[in-house]
Write a protein that binds this ligand. Structure first.
Ligand code: ZN
Length: 159
């Protein structure tokens, strides 16, 4: 009744749903690994390979989707940062110009902490340069971001 299907030509409509066969050569040890894994999973080698391929491409798709989102988030964060970094310049009209940064003031210090200097620092009272390893007093200020105030130990009793 039905004519002989000619090999490789004009597949009948219902064959569209059939799975395609992809052949590949694998080294012998990979073949035995695949067979063992398939046995463990109680599936055919063909099924196992299909599962692995599907999982791999799903994984890759997800990773690509995630990185696209990550790039988006980073871009948004970066432009927020840039915007807030620019803001002070735009706000200068009403307010006074930025307070001129003078040397740190001893008046702002709430407490003195005895430390060993790592980089040379000047005493805020006498101007003596305290060298690395010297004992010094570092002023603790309530103003966050204030420049450090240093004092040489002899000056502590003079101020
Ligand atoms: Zn001093």
């Amino acid at each position: 009744m039905s004519e002989h299907p000619k090999r490789g030509r004009k597949p009948a409509p219902d064959t569209e749903r059939k799975d395609r066969v992809i052949q590949t050569r694998v080294p012998k040890d990979l073949e035995s690994t695949l067979k063992e894994a398939a046995e463990r999973e109680r599936v055919s080698v063909s099924h196992l390979i299909r599962n692995v391929l599907e999982d791999t491409f799903n994984l890759v798709d997800n990773i690509i989707a995630d990185s696209a989102q990550l790039v988006d988030t980073v871009r948004r964060d970066a432009s927020k940062l840039a915007a807030s970094a620019r803001r002070p310049e735009l706000n200068t009209e009403g307010k006074q110009a930025q307070p001129t940064v003078e040397g740190p003031s001893i008046d702002d210090v709430e407490a003195w902490q005895e430390v060993l200097v790592n980089k040379p620092v000047p005493c805020a009272n006498c101007g003596l340069i305290l060298a690395r390893g010297a004992k010094a007093l570092r002023g603790l200020s309530a103003t966050s971001g204030a420049a450090s105030v240093w004092l040489c130990p002899p000056c502590l009793s003079k101020i």
